[in-house]
Design a protein around this ligand. Structure first.
Ligand code: ADP
Ligand code: MG
Length: 242
């Protein structure tokens, strides 16, 4: 069984409705998409110890099936510079009311991506057309302005380029307000790895109801998927073959 297939069957066996962030990022990595180097830890001591393997600054995140929006629950702390800060961050997080009352699978400690523009890459399954791939600019662009582009999978390189051209905020990628332009090629590459012929959605479309890389942080030199959420299809949908 391939790594990616194993990730879905593990989640099914555990009767989960989603892949957790760590599994989601392993899935992305198995398709060649860059994700931060990370460790899953269960307590403050383990977080401090894991810092030895990772290059600061680091981010600590809560892993909980009950908290899909980690920041809203106080479950993301960025900019940790070492073992003491990582241990303190775990202790502080465990005291947050929303976290105290949730089911906790552990904590994800990961390296920070180089600064850049936040882009969203997503996927969903249309009952008629099958997998669709989506791209948008992060933050208010997606949430408030709904500045997004969709295509039916599989997409070609030209489709991916056109999707980026369609975004009203595309100027941001070219380096608005005196900033350096970010790597358009890196975004196109991720779109193809997600929505292309041999991409993630074409390969695992029967298992994926929704995919969300939010954000993909794109710098001058590349793109890193720093958050990953996959909602699994209901079993009845994946067995509807004749
Ligand atoms: P949420 O569940 O709230 O969406 P995220 O994992 O997306 O949590 O983290 C919230 C924000 O923190 C991201 O939008 C990003 O700005 C920042 N962030 C998270 N992880 C990283 C990382 N590894 N490197 C840099 N920034 C990060
Ligand atoms: Mg996110």
């Amino acid at each position: 069984m391939t790594t990616s297939t194993a990730l879905f069957s593990e989640a099914r066996t555990a009767k989960r409705a989603t892949l957790d962030e760590f599994a989601g990022k392993r899935l992305l990595a198995s398709f060649g998409i860059s994700v931060p180097e990370s460790r899953v830890v269960q307590d403050a001591g383990a977080a401090a110890a894991a810092c030895g393997d990772l290059k600061p600054p680091l981010v600590l995140k809560i892993l909980s099936p009950d908290l899909p929006h980690k920041s809203d629950a106080g479950g993301v702390i960025v900019g940790l510079r070492g073992a003491d800060e990582a241990g303190d961050a775990v202790r502080a997080m465990m005291r947050r009311p929303a976290i105290e009352n949730a089911r906790i699978d552990g904590f994800l400690l990961e390296e920070m991506a180089p600064a850049g523009v936040e882009v969203v890459v997503g996927g969903l399954r249309d009952p008629q057309f099958g997998p669709l791939v989506m791209v948008g600019l992060g933050g208010v662009f997606v949430e408030v302005l709904a500045d997004v582009a969709f295509r039916i999978c599989p997409i070609t390189r030209l489709d991916a380029e056109e999707m980026l051209d369609e975004l009203k905020g595309a100027a941001l990628l070219r380096g608005a307000r005196g900033r350096k332009p970010v790597s358009r090629a890196a975004i196109v590459d991720v779109l193809l790895k997600v929505g292309g012929e041999r991409g993630l959605l074409m390969t695992h479309g029967e298992d994926i109801a929704e995919a969300d890389i939010n954000p993909l942080i794109v710098s001058e030199h590349g793109a890193v998927a720093v958050d990953a959420r996959f909602v699994l299809t209901q079993p009845s949908i994946s067995t509807d073959k004749v």
